[in-house]
Design a protein around this ligand. Structure first.
Ligand code: LRH
Ligand code: MN
Ligand code: MN
Length: 389
């Protein structure tokens, strides 16, 4: 049996997961946003909090922005601030779902004037990418309908295709368009980008720099997400992930909290193809809200959960797996996977951290730092993540 530990350690030391700026602001459900003390008052402070996660995990090197939640005067200055804090600005997420104008949709709206407004916003997001050095534009559309007959299903696809083509044409050669799908919500009858197939078909028409984003909370119960991962990877159209976990719908809970085995199965498909590291071009992001738990520790825990699933996936004995598969040894092949999943990788990750000069226990180190008390004292009147704003 090959000792996969040195290889796993090497990959884990270089892994980087992107944090969402919105994880650091107040958030909640449509019933209530619970305000926590010390939350950031502006995007600069969100980056400062994100930098704490990077400081204690060493595996969270970038922060996704959401526009206009993270609107600032000078985006180049925000990027400089990020660099000083040892983080980078990552994906730029557009927001065409919170204006009254978008009641009947944004890029699929029947009225060309509303579609134009949405396109202008998306183009502004590309300007922000230019200013911050971000390479990825992430599009999620809340567009859809609530009632049969409300609008033309096919007509809405035509409008969507037209808008996507205009935005794609504006991208630089080094920039990508990442299209995210979601089964339902806020629309309940039709959703204009409801699944990976629809997203994939639009991306194919656009060109190679259009790729699909998998938000792990955006599927019907029981969906085999690792199949989608394997398929899109094979086609070169897997752009990235919005990691989170769900018990029911789009719960946005901490990744790996609800179903760590599913996260492992996803990471296994990625580990097999050796696309865990940033050079692979796959954007590994968290898309979560910490409604009732403290936010910085919530992000630290999430990063650790991804690291644990990754470590287990990297430990899968691929030679033994392949041999069992070739031999038609169903139970043997399954056992190889389960052996890796059932390994306690926490000591291995503690070693990886210690070798990087980090505390082996990121949560304890953060708790001991006194940062949480400092921000509670210093910041009064923090802002909301955007949800319920
Ligand atoms: C939509 C979504 C999308 C948004 C984010 C805040 O449910 O997953 O990625 O940008 O939540
Ligand atoms: Mn998402
Ligand atoms: Mn979501």
């Amino acid at each position: 049996m090959t000792d996969r530990t040195p290889y796993a350690k090497q990959v884990l030391a270089a892994q980087s997961i992107e944090m969402p700026s919105w994880a650091f602001g107040n958030s909640g459900t449509r019933f209530k946003v619970f305000a926590q003390q010390g939350v950031p008052r502006d995007p600069y402070e969100k980056l400062a909090d994100a930098a704490q996660v990077q400081r204690y995990t060493g595996a969270a090197g970038s922060v996704a922005l959401h526009i206009p939640w993270d609107k600032v005067e000078d985006y180049a200055d925000l990027a400089r601030h990020a660099a000083e804090l040892n983080v980078r600005i990552g994906t730029i997420n557009s927001n065409t779902f919170q204006d009254d104008d978008y009641m009947l949709g944004s890029v699929c709206h029947p009225d060309a004037k509303i579609r134009r407004k949405a396109v202008e916003h998306l183009l502004e997001c590309v300007d922000i990418m230019d200013a911050t050095g971000s390479t990825d534009l992430k599009l999620w559309f809340a567009d859809g309908t609530n009632y049969p007959g409300q609008d033309s299903i096919a007509g809405r696809q035509d409008r969507l295709a037209e808008v996507l083509a205009e935005v794609y044409a504006r991208l630089g050669d080094h920039q990508r368009l990442l299209l995210e799908y979601k089964l339902f919500e806020p629309s309940f009858y039709t959703t204009d980008v409801p699944d990976w197939g629809t997203a994939y078909a639009h991306c194919l028409k656009l060109g190679p720099r259009a790729q699909v984003v998998i938000d792990t909370g955006h599927h019907a119960p029981g969906t085999n997400i690792e199949f989608i991962v394997a398929f899109l990877l094979r086609e070169g159209r897997l752009g990235g992930f919005d990691f989170n976990s769900r018990f029911y719908a789009d719960d946005d809970l901490m990744v790996g909290a609800a179903d760590p085995f599913q996260l492992f199965r996803i990471m296994h498909e990625l580990a097999l193809r050796e696309v865990i590291l940033p050079e692979s071009g796959i954007a590994y992001m968290l898309d979560q809200c910490h409604n009732i738990e403290p936010k910085i520790p919530g992000q630290i825990r999430s990063i650790m959960n991804v690291q644990e699933a990754t470590a287990k996936a990297l430990l899968v004995d691929r030679d033994a797996l392949e041999a069992a598969q070739q031999a038609g040894d169903v139970l043997g092949a399954n056992a190889v996977l389960m052996d890796a999943y059932n390994t306690d990788v926490r000591p291995l990750l503690a070693e990886v951290r210690a070798e990087q000069g980090l505390d082996p226990d990121p949560l304890a180190a953060y708790a001991a730092s006194g940062y949480a008390d400092r921000i509670k004292a210093d910041r009064v009147g923090g802002s909301q993540a955007g949800w319920g704003a």
